[in-house]
Every structure is written in C-alpha cells, then in structure tokens.
Design a protein around this ligand. Structure first.
Ligand SMILES: [Zn+2]
Length: 354
C-alpha cells in the first residue's frame, strides 16, 4: 500500500507514539484524503480517539486493528471525538453501543451529533445559500447537494455522554489530557494535549502533508431555524478563525509530538505553522491581484485559480477563496458589493502588494 497515512514504524515519531502507549489504527474512508487515523490510548480507561466512517469495511478494519493489539470493541471505555467530519465520527454510535463506552466531545457539538440528519439538512441549506450568493451556478449547486446527500450515510448520529469545554481535563491513569477548542478546519475542532509528555492529539487541526482546508461551515450555535444563517448572510470567517487557532497552537511551548488525523506523526510544529501562515498570506496577495484586475465573484476567482476544479470541488475551492478574501476585507484592501439577484462581487480598494 502506498497510502500516506501508513506510518513508517521505524521513524522516531512512530516509536515515541508507541512508547507512550498510543497506537495508530489507520481506517479506510471513501474520501480523497485517504485513511483516517484512529488512536487507541492503552490507558485506564481504555480510550479511542475518533472512530472512522460509518461503513462495514471501516468497522472490520478497526476490529482487526484492535485485535492485533489484544483488544476488542467491547473493551472500549471512553471515545473522544475530535470534530464533526464523518470520517471521524461515523462509527462512534455503533462502538459506544457495543462497548458501553462514554462519548466525550465538545459541548457545542453534542446537539449536532444528536440530531445529525436535521443539522445536515441545515448545513446543506447554508452551504447552498453561500454558493448562490457567491456566483456558483444553479446546476453546480444542485449536483453538489445530491453528492452531499449521497455521502451523508458515512456519518451518523451519536450521543455525547460527556460534554467538553475549553480547558477541561480528562484524567486517565497514566496521563492527563487538556481539552482545547481550535476551530477553523471545522467549527468543532478539538485537540487533546498531554503537557507532561509534550504530545498533542491534533486530528485535522494540523496535518503535515496537506494544509487543512478551513471549510466554511454553518455555526454550531446557530438555531436550526435561524433565517439569516440559512440565507448565507451570516457566515463565519473560517480561515481567519483557523489562523487564530494555529497561532494559539504555535504559542504552546510544551508540544513536541503531534499526532494528526491523517498522515504521519511529526515533530517541529512551529516551522510547519509558520509555513502554512506564509502560504495563506501569499494566496491572499494572489487573490487581491485578481480582484484588482477587475471586480469578480468568488466563483470567478476560484475558476481563474483552479479551472474546472472550481466546478467539481466547488464548495472546497469557494471556501478557500472566501477565506482569503476575508483577510483582504478585514485589512480594508477589498470591498464586497452586492449586485443583481444578491450575488456579491469583490472590488479592490488599494494597490495589491507584490
Ligand atoms: Zn476533518
């Protein structure tokens, strides 16, 4: 297998992970990102971080992975949830029911997980409205909505029995994990920090081989019937929120080993965060130049940057563009102008930097 998620067992981070009583079980997903890293903490309580997508193959591979380590699903006592994406939460409910394990997740995420279908409907309505407002053609939006609907079953509802808040401590026999809310990649990103060992269970907040996409997502605390949110008028500045979260992680001085949601374990998170911060600043400048040529919609910007990928991956690329446009808006470099039919264009207010 050539999957990037499979670790080199001889690497220092892999050895260190095992020495800490943490085992990575990479679980297959149907998504482009490839396998998702599920972590088993061989501690008391026996703890699993994330669960993989809701599929028979994922469950089978998880059971095989646990068996290879001398455990069964029924032995699990605590399941930690890193964030709301279906490759991480899909099997949580099945595992919890079979084992009786506690399920710990961010308090803000608990209603979303409990009413998964209803919140997915609201999320789809929100993303559809954001796409319409930013110039994505109707046929593309309808196609994406159908895809989103078809994929929904890879996730599932789950019952959170232990809601978590920023700064909470999860005390296990051999370690204490401190909970930090680090939104941006999703609104619910939660990292778990073992300060004594300098280990950060980072999930998709920080991944070495890919830049975590700050998807524009419906705010978790918006009521299901919030009309302004449903119309795509109140949307979070996901990239700015993500950059703030990265800065908070960069400022942690007791992080040596990072265990991500995809790909290899790694050290040296500070240069990686600096590299990502520079990448986003560069991309914002590039987008400013496109807007300075002539006013454009976010969809037009995405098309000139990524061609047809702006259609096939319309929401991903739209989130990417809007995230950087937000940085330009906040700096007073561009303005948002609403035109006919409520579609917005961005126009430049200043000379773009080189
Ligand atoms: Zn994710």
């Amino acid at each position: 297998m050539t999957d990037v998620a499979l670790w080199d067992p001889e690497s220092d981070p892999a050895r260190e992970t095992v020495a800490q009583g943490i085992r990575c079980i990479p679980i297959p997903t149907p998504f482009a990102v490839g396998r998702v890293n599920v972590y088993l903490l061989e501690d008391d309580p026996l703890t699993l971080l994330d669960a993989g997508p809701n599929s028979g193959r994922a469950l089978d591979e998880l059971e095989q992975g646990l068996a290879a380590l001398g455990h069964r699903v029924e032995d699990l006592e605590l399941i930690l949830v890193s964030h709301q994406h279906m490759d991480h939460v899909g099997l949580v409910d099945i595992l919890a029911r079979r084992s009786g394990a506690e399920v710990a997740a961010l308090d803000l995420l608990a209603p979303w997980l409990a009413r998964y279908g209803e919140f997915q409907d609201a999320d789809d309505a929100f993303s559809g409205a954001v796409m319409a407002r930013n110039g994505i053609p109707d046929e593309t939006r309808l196609a994406l909505r159908a895809v989103s609907h078809a994929f929904r079953g890879w996730g599932a509802k789950a019952t959170v029995t232990r809601p978590l808040a920023e700064g909470d401590e999860i005390v296990l026999r051999d370690r204490t994990l401190r909970v930090h809310h680090r939104p941006g990649h999703s609104p619910s990103d939660t990292v778990f920090h073992d300060a004594e060992r300098g280990t950060l269970l980072a999930a998709d907040h920080l991944i070495k081989h890919i830049s975590s996409n700050p998807l524009i997502a419906r705010p978790l605390d918006a009521p299901l019937d919030d009309a302004e949110v449903a119309a795509g008028l109140a949307r979070p500045q996901s990239l700015r929120i993500y950059l703030d979260s990265l800065a908070a992680t960069r400022a942690m001085d007791d992080v040596r080993l990072v265990l991500p949601g995809h790909g290899q374990a790694f050290t040296e998170h500070v240069p990686l965060i600096d590299e990502r911060t520079r990448l986003h600043a560069r991309r914002a400048r590039r987008i400013h130049k496109l807007i300075a040529e002539r006013p454009r919609t976010a969809f037009e910007i995405a098309q000139s940057m990524w061609g047809n990928v702006a259609v096939t991956q319309a929401y991903l690329t739209l989130s990417e563009v809007l995230g950087h446009v937000d940085l330009l808006l906040n700096d007073g470099l561009v303005a948002e102008v609403e035109g006919d039919g409520g579609v917005v264009r961005f126009e430049s207010l200043a000379q773009p930097a080189d």
